[in-house]
Design a protein around this ligand. Structure first.
Ligand code: ADP
Ligand code: MG
Ligand code: MG
Length: 208
């Protein structure tokens, strides 16, 4: 199968929620070193709520329903990351109701990162979540012809992880990490790391 179904999307987001709920301390530690130390709490709160809502979701839910559920949970959470992740998942929720082809997957993630970049005013190289989102979508767009969705997302995950790692040597130009100047150097941006975890989580989705 090449298509991302609603059930796949639900399992993917549940796996991501589990990852964040398990390793939130690592995210918080990074935000403590280059921010205000609430990032892990902000995303874990959002994904805890999302997890409960996803488990209640109708089995016939399509990818848009799954992404809208996660968007709503982020919009209700605190921090700068709440509205940004809320918008990211909210744009994904505008994708087609039917299972997504590789092309539709790439298009949805392109629209989503463009929206985040516009709202936050952040481009690649400014030590934000955008540094993981952009290489991930480029990997999705580069994949030709239509791949099995897990294979496409696995490539996106490698690109996102490299993007997150690239933030280590950056000086922040956006968000709270920009207030601490040189102190942020050597610290991976937690938002970018969470995005890498998101794409990596697809590897834990069982084939149905
Ligand atoms: P706050 O700084 O309000 O406490 P969070 O801790 O919830 O916000 O989120 C911090 C993360 O948000 C950062 O790691 C970064 O990835 C992301 N971020 C902050 N500002 C921006 C921005 N202007 N554009 C994109 N992402 C941003
Ligand atoms: Mg913070
Ligand atoms: Mg804060």
């Amino acid at each position: 199968r090449t298509l991302l179904t609603g059930a796949d999307a639900r399992a993917w987001l549940l796996a991501y929620a589990d990852r964040v709920l398990r390793d939130a301390d690592e995210l918080t530690d990074l935000d403590r070193r280059a921010g205000d130390g609430d990032f892990g709490w902000n995303v874990a709160t959002a994904l805890g709520k999302a997890r409960t809502a996803l488990l209640d979701l109708d089995r016939t839910a399509g990818p848009p329903d799954v992404f809208a559920t996660v968007s709503d949970a982020h919009l209700g959470a605190g921090g700068t990351s709440g509205p940004l992740f809320g918008l990211w998942f909210g744009r994904l929720a505008k994708g087609p109701r039917e299972p997504w082809t590789g092309r539709e997957l790439a298009r949805a993630f392109r629209d989503a990162v463009d929206a985040v970049s516009r709202l936050g005013g952040a481009d690649v190289g400014q030590k934000t979540m955008v540094d993981a989102m952009v290489p991930a979508v480029e990997a999705l767009e580069a994949e030709q012809p239509e791949p099995e969705w897990r294979a496409a997302v696995a490539r996106a995950a490698r690109a996102a992880a490299e993007g997150a790692e690239s933030t280590r040597s950056m000086l922040a130009r956006r968000g709270r990490a920009s207030y601490v100047g040189e102190h942020a150097r050597g610290v991976v941006d937690p938002g970018a790391l969470a995005v890498a975890w998101f794409f990596e989580s697809a590897a834990n989705v069982e084939r149905t």
